[in-house]
Write a protein that binds this ligand. Structure first.
Ligand code: GDP
Length: 298
């Protein structure tokens, strides 16, 4: 649909070969294209402004290296800057010294938490862990059942409240799951929590209560990459509410160009740790900042 940034810049700088230094107007022209590329990728406007300012500083008066043409040089600076904001390197899960490691999932309803619980469970199982999924989303009538189906598909055990015991207390379920994990030697506990369609004070408090009860090693904020600009507001609300250590971007198989990753990383300072790109268990990987930078600039 779009020309790549590289194509656009090549067109802009066709006549720039042989120059020793990028002039102010060369830099301005390039930054205009970069700004457009970022906005088309749905990067938050204030993040775009900040990003452009940082690139301007690096590019103004920069000598054109012998080895690269001006376009390549600009793309290199922009790419490095993007990768830097996205955390530089893949951030791995921090496993607890004394198992079980507790991973809590938080995010809006429909963001992909339950699906992610299955994917994470399978991924951990495949790397020789012994995970337990915990149904602490007792808000939606079908959520427990959905997690059980996902767990079965992934071949991972699920801890859920006994049916027929009323709706139950998600904090108590989460707390009991840790005891269960210790008893049955599960080494990673993945706690699925309830979300609403919008940020909601009551559910945020519930997430905080669950957090306090299970003292997670990692709280992962799961966010639908397709929500674009809204991702920043939602991420900020969760950062200030329950707080989180890392981000999971879901639905990257859609046509979102990944601007949410950059916006959230910049605004919250938290790394994106995993990328979810489909409804199947295998559609999941660690997040690679360099690949996302290419996707944003493509
Ligand atoms: P939750 O409410 O946060 O637990 O979200 P769910 O895990 O139930 O996911 C909501 C919907 O999004 C379901 O229909 C999932 O199949 C779908 N879904 C989840 N992750 C992905 C993804 O990475 N890509 C796509 N295309 N769909 C996804």
């Amino acid at each position: 649909m779009f020309d790549t940034l590289q194509d656009r810049l090549t067109a802009t700088f066709r006549n720039l070969r042989g120059k020793g230094r990028l002039s102010e107007s060369d830099v301005n022209e390039a930054l205009r294209e970069i700004r457009l590329a970022l906005l088309e990728a749905d990067v938050n406007l204030s993040v775009v402004k900040e990003f452009i300012a940082a690139c301007r500083e690096k590019l103004t008066g920069a000598e054109i290296s012998q080895a690269l043409n001006p376009t390549q040089q600009i793309v290199k600076v922009v790419n490095e800057e993007l990768i830097g904001i996205l955390g530089g390197q893949t951030r791995e899960v921090r496993f607890a010294k004394n198992p079980p490691t507790v991973i809590m999932l938080a995010g809006l309803q429909g963001s992909g938490k339950t699906t992610l619980a299955g994917k994470l469970g399978k991924w951990l199982k495949d790397s020789k862990h012994h995970p337990l999924l915990v149904a602490a989303d007792l808000q939606r009538p079908n959520a427990v059942n959905q997690l059980q189906v996902v767990g079965q598909r992934a071949g991972v055990a699920v801890f859920a409240p006994e049916p027929g015991n009323g709706i139950g207390d998600p904090v108590a379920v989460a707390r009991a799951s840790i005891e269960e994990a210790k008893r049955k030697l599960y080494d990673v506990v993945i706690v699925d929590t309830a979300g609403r369609l919008g940020v909601d004070a009551e559910l945020m408090q519930q997430a905080i209560d669950i957090r306090n009860a299970v003292n997670p090693d990692e709280v992962l904020f799961v966010v639908d990459a397709m929500i674009g600009q809204d991702a920043v507001n939602t991420a900020q609300a969760f950062a200030q509410g329950v707080g989180f250590d890392g981000v999971v971007l879901s639905k990257l198989d859609g046509d979102a160009r990944g601007g949410a990753a950059l916006s959230i990383a910049r605004v919250t300072g938290k790394p994106v740790m995993f990328a979810s790109n489909g409804e199947n268990l295998k559609d999941f990987d660690l997040f690679h900042p360099d690949r996302m930078a290419s996707r944003i600039l493509d």
